[in-house]
Design a protein around this ligand. Structure first.
Ligand code: S0N
Length: 277
């Protein structure tokens, strides 16, 4: 399945396209196995915000450009270690950051379905990025793993606790403590991946899944996503779920009566709305 991707904006570290209700965001640093620097993350954040705000978009595909000139593919190899300073990843402004955490929260909380299309390496912070996505489709050459304890870092947030929710405590500890790499089938067996396809079918499969989602009710999908999140995300998760309840209430005549009465400077009349059991 193919669509006619239209470029949205030109960036330095990513590509950003849209077509048929789908946004496609591609990390474009194949010479670094698509490792992210602060600029990459700022660009990703901007594109994801645009996709969230665009009411014609229901699904975002997140993927990595490739193959590199050496023939190898990567989804993302995590934080760019060559710009890692003493207190975080350092951008052109000289300020150390770990701004990927903002991106993780945006992907998780946006009321659209985000699908990771993983070809090649999803390693370190790149592995956490695919983990955060709602669904993951892997190419048959995909390789998954964490490297933190090997390279002097760790993600104790979603990268640890949400990973454990998905693969279980024992397996999550194995993944982090041993820093092994796992192939697509092993990742599938752990529940990290929804589907595996040959590399040349990865994007078409992603489009197919996106189109299936797009046939469904946007409100049902947004409430379900926030309900899944609420289970793990504490008060922030409840805030998301409750925000959707408020949205639905605004859409009722009962909710509108309160606002209308205030604007008309009269007492509200809720008498026609039953106290349902
Ligand atoms: C991906 C790997 C396994 C691929 O191996 P392969 O195929 O042998 O290729 P290489 O020759 O190693 O790499 C090709 C070129 O790409 C460069 N490169 C690859 N990865 C990175 C990277 N992460 N940073 C910078 N450059 C990278 C290589 O240097 C090489 O370049 P040339 O050709 O010029 O030599 C293998 O590359 C690999 O293991 N990469 C490193 C993976 C890694 O350790 N990533 C960092 C892990 N940590 C994070 O991501 C932390 C960030 C984070 O998200 C976070 C979040 C929340 C809280 C805390 C953190 C945190 O931990 O800080």
């Amino acid at each position: 399945m193919q669509v006619d991707w239209q470029p949205v904006k030109t960036y330095e570290d990513i590509f950003y396209h849209k077509a048929n209700g789908i946004a496609k965001i591609t990390i474009n640093r194949p010479h670094k196995r698509n490792a992210f620097r602060p600029k990459t993350v700022f660009e990703l954040y901007e594109a994801f915000c645009d996709a969230r705000e665009d009411t014609s978009i229901g699904v975002v595909l997140l993927t990595g450009a490739g193959p590199h000139t050496d023939g190898k593919y990567a989804f993302c190899a995590g934080g760019d270690q060559s710009v890692r300073g003493k207190a975080g990843y350092v951008g052109d402004d000289g300020i150390p950051r770990l701004n990927v955490l903002d991106l993780q929260r945006l992907i998780r909380s946006m009321p659209k379905v985000v699908i990771a299309l993983v070809a090649g390496y999803a390693i370190g912070g790149g592995h956490v990025l695919h983990l955060i996505c709602d669904l993951t489709i892997a190419a048959d050459n995909a390789i998954f793993g964490q490297t933190g304890p090997k390279v002097g870092s760790f993600d104790g947030g979603f990268g640890a606790s949400y990973l454990a929710r998905i693969v279980g405590q024992k397996k999550a500890r194995e993944i982090w403590f041993l820093c092994r790499q796992y192939d697509a089938q092993q990742a599938m067996d752990m529940g990290l991946v929804n589907h595996i396809v040959p590399i040349n079918q990865l994007e078409a499969e992603g489009i197919q899944w996106a189109q299936e989602v797009l046939q469904k009710s946007p409100t049902a999908i947004r409430c379900l996503k926030s309900a899944f999140n609420a289970d793990c995300d504490g008060q922030a998760g409840l805030q998301e779920l409750a925000g959707n309840a408020t949205l639905l209430y605004y859409l009722t005549e009962e909710g509108a009566e309160g606002k209308q009465a205030f604007l008309e400077k009269r007492p509200p009349d809720f008498s026609q709305y039953p106290w349902l059991p």
